[in-house]
Ligand binder design. Structure first.
Ligand code: TEU
Ligand code: CA
Length: 533
């Protein structure tokens, strides 16, 4: 049995700190709140938490506009709280992964204030400044993810600066060695404080075309999509030079024991896997968002599984997610019944799963009224369905009016279902989704086939996706009915270890099994010798 690192055998849990637990009544989650709720995470069987940004920030993009990379935003607490969080997590065997946002700073960061102060400021070249084009227009046609041009005008120095996102998020110039060294020192600052790894924001965007060539028009643009999609980001993302930076970041982490580099990378599979790097010295876990982007049916998921496994460089470690703080929640995308099936899929696929907070209780997108909108993506381009607030609402801990999240006014509304869909209520019910997650993670931790086993025999029969996890003669068979009708599926004989439908565990199945609508099962296959008996 090969020995795996913690980030290979473990389960990662993403915490959106604003919405996890408030402890001072301001309606905003904080670090003491995360500490208060660590036991929930540990009881779930989680091995590592990834915390979205907690640094000082004007919060124009809710923390993804960093004004100081080496401190904690007062609304979340301070460095003493952070050190306590690390100690409390580590004492429970939990690792802590931070969100690293290197592509851009806040426009309030001292570096940018210096850079914009004059054209010959020593930090001018820490950002990307360009003159107007000869006829007085923008430097080129590059667009912001959040609508409009990606060029912000600076009246003082009469130049434009580049911003992939909000004008409050000026992009750093990652071609500048001084920027790289300063940012690698940021990594060391947190590594020295005991951080176990980083999820790197927009890793694939760090380098932009040196010639600033116009991006090509997107022939597939559909009116009603975000304006950013009018162009293909050929010259503003996934540039070949970025891999040198990924390797350098990884080298910084490799100077410390057992650290992990996770990359946020929205690219097709064949491009995504290049971020494992030469000799696997890139990101250990380039985030695989295929399950978020895919249609939810057996053939589509089977195709992704085959394609991804085939594309992985030799020795590269897979990973899977169902959601995050930018994308509609899985239970809203596929419904409560299929969210149970998705839990089995996520936790029995080969590789590291990341659970987004609330997925374990089937949290759904919460409807946000126009006057409640906080997300700049929606404010900048209203009515296109770009709002990310629905998937960022407070974690419902119990069925009380404020769900045990706060004693104040929550910064976003609680979901209408929170009276029943909350941790306390679900903990009481053996049949709840929360208990299915408990059972699944317990099975995963106790069964090396799920951490170490190969994935084989991926098959589709109608709406049923089936596959096996194998190691020598040991086999688990998984069958997932992604349809809403009962169906029969041929499976090797064995014993049901777990089903989405409580009470089926222990049942013998013999060369075939009937699945209820929206049912998934995990079967311990009887070994060959016994099969014949
Ligand atoms: O998201 C980057 C990204 O992929 C965006 O295209 C994202 O899908 C978009 O924001 C959806 O509207 C990262 C962070 O996860 C996101 O929260 C930040 O807003 C963004 O970078 C800028 O830092
Ligand atoms: Ca608070």
């Amino acid at each position: 049995m090969e020995s795996l690192s913690w980030w290979q055998s473990g389960v990662i849990y993403q915490i959106y700190p604003r919405s996890f637990q408030d402890t001072n009544g301001d309606g905003i989650g904080d670090l003491p709140g995360i500490i208060q709720r660590l036991n929930h995470v540990v009881s779930l069987g989680i091995d590592a938490i990834w915390i979205s940004p907690i640094y000082p920030s004007p919060m124009a993009d809710f923390g993804y506009d960093v004004a100081d990379y080496c401190d904690i935003a007062p609304i979340f607490g301070n460095l003493a709280d952070f050190d306590r969080l690390i100690a409390e997590a580590h004492s429970r065997g939990l690792r802590v992964i931070l969100d690293f946002v290197p592509n851009h700073t806040s426009n309030q960061h001292p570096w940018f204030l210096e850079s914009r102060s004059s054209r010959d400021n020593p930090k001018r070249d820490w950002y990307i400044w360009k003159d107007t084009r000869h006829e007085g227009g923008l430097p080129n046609n590059w667009l912001s993810h959040f609508g409009g041009p990606a060029w912000g005008w600076d009246e003082t120095t009469k130049q434009y600066y580049y911003h992939s996102f909000l004008k409050e998020q000026p992009d750093l110039n990652w071609r500048n060695p001084a920027v790289k060294q300063a940012m690698y020192d940021v990594l060391r600052f947190w590594l020295d404080r005991g951080v176990d790894g980083f999820r790197v924001d927009v890793l694939w965007m760090l380098i932009k075309d040196e010639q600033f060539r116009d991006n090509p028009v997107n022939p597939g643009y559909v009116p009603g999509e975000s304006s950013y999609k009018r162009l293909l980001p050929l010259y503003t993302a996934n540039r070949p030079e970025v891999h040198e930076i990924v390797a350098e970041m990884r080298a910084v982490l490799d100077a410390y024991p057992e650290r992990v580099l996770i990359g946020e990378i929205y690219l097709p599979i064949e491009e995504l896997v290049t971020y494992y790097g030469r000799d696997l010295k890139g990101a250990q876990l380039p985030f695989n968002f295929q399950l978020i982007q895919s249609a939810w049916n057996a053939p589509s998921i089977a195709e992704i599984m085959d394609k991804y496994e085939a594309a992985l460089p030799r020795g590269a470690w897979p990973n899977w997610v169902l959601g995050n703080h930018d994308k509609a929640r899985i239970a809203s995308r596929i419904g409560e019944a299929q969210a149970r099936v998705a839990a089995i899929l996520l936790l029995t696929l080969r590789g590291t799963p990341t659970i987004y907070y609330g997925e374990e209780i089937g949290m759904k997108d919460v409807p946000i009224l126009p006057e409640q909108v906080q997300d700049p993506a929606e404010k900048n381009e209203p009515g296109l369905g770009l709002d990310r607030d629905p998937e960022r609402t407070p974690m419902p801990w119990d069925g009380s009016l404020l769900a045990g999240f706060t004693t104040g006014t929550p910064w976003l509304p609680l979901g209408p279902e929170h009276a029943s869909a909350n941790v306390a209520t679900m903990s009481e019910s053996q049949e709840s989704l929360l208990n299915l997650y408990h059972r699944l993670i317990e099975l995963r931790r106790g069964n090396p086939l799920l951490t170490h086993g190969a994935i084989e025999a991926v098959g589709v029969e109608g709406n049923i996706l089936s596959y096996e996890r194998r190691q020598r003669n040991d086999r688990l068979a998984i069958a997932l009915n992604m349809g809403h009708e009962p169906a029969q599926v041929s499976l090797p004989s064995g014993r049901v270890l777990l089903s989405t439908h409580f009470g089926r565990g222990g049942e013998d199945v013999d060369r075939g099994v009937s699945l209820r609508a929206d049912e998934g099962i995990v079967v311990q296959v009887r070994s060959e010798s016994k099969q014949g008996g």
